[in-house]
Write a protein that binds this ligand. Sequence first.
Ligand code: CDP
Ligand code: CDP
Length: 221
Amino acid sequence: MSTSPLIIIAIDGGAASGKSSTSRLLAERFNLLHVDTGSFYRQITFELLRRGVAYSDLPAVKAALAHVQLTTRLNGRSAQMLIDGQPAGDEIRSQQVNEHVSHYAAIPEVRSALLAYQRGQVNVAKQYHFRGLVMEGRDIGSVIFPQADFRFFLHADPIERAKRRAAEGRQDSIAERDRLDTTRKNAPLVVPAGATDIDSTFLTLEQVVEKLATLITAKLP
Ligand code: CDP
Ligand code: CDP
């Protein structure tokens, strides 16, 4: 068994900048665990909405989070979070969740409930003998793994991003989520110092993946 350290790749960016598609393809190419942290925030949001816990009711949010058990199971190459043993369903991509997720994600207690869980994905990657992990979100290169081997930030023009979502046939609140995510006090969406910034507005998904894969390969032992 290899004893070489795990490769950690952090990918951050705004809504529909291409994080998930790019991360999935990199995970396949380099044998990495794929960790979509946005899906975790969406899942917690859905769970709190289901329980009728408003984001403005901080004591209720804290009380609900105090008892949730977060575990992981593998879904292909992706880490799937289970809340009290239950996986997320398609409803985490609903317009209701799109409209609420950034409000819940701005709450420090929600972020700290997920922090150790996200860092713990390194152990999941080890357990399943991946070469490393690629984690995507808003604060991966800045807060979760500031020492990651690779930190990328994906940009794309907001109009292009809205077009990409529309092409998927999905309604989204891209501009409003970006506004809330960049202006919150706790772990805002920022380009982490020293991260590689990539503008994908005029690039295809394949071109973005090639660009990142070339940078990764050049630095790998
Ligand atoms: O896929 P998309 O870029 O549209 O969003 P997502 O990655 O599924 O993230 C949904 C929301 O979760 C974001 O708008 C943020 O409010 C929050 N999020 C976060 O605060 N921190 C992360 N590391 C990932 C997501
Ligand atoms: O995860 P995030 O919300 O950042 O974006 P995504 O779900 O990976 O990408 C949104 C859509 O844009 C997907 O349908 C991608 O195939 C597409 N895309 C694209 O057309 N060109 C790119 N350079 C990147 C993504």
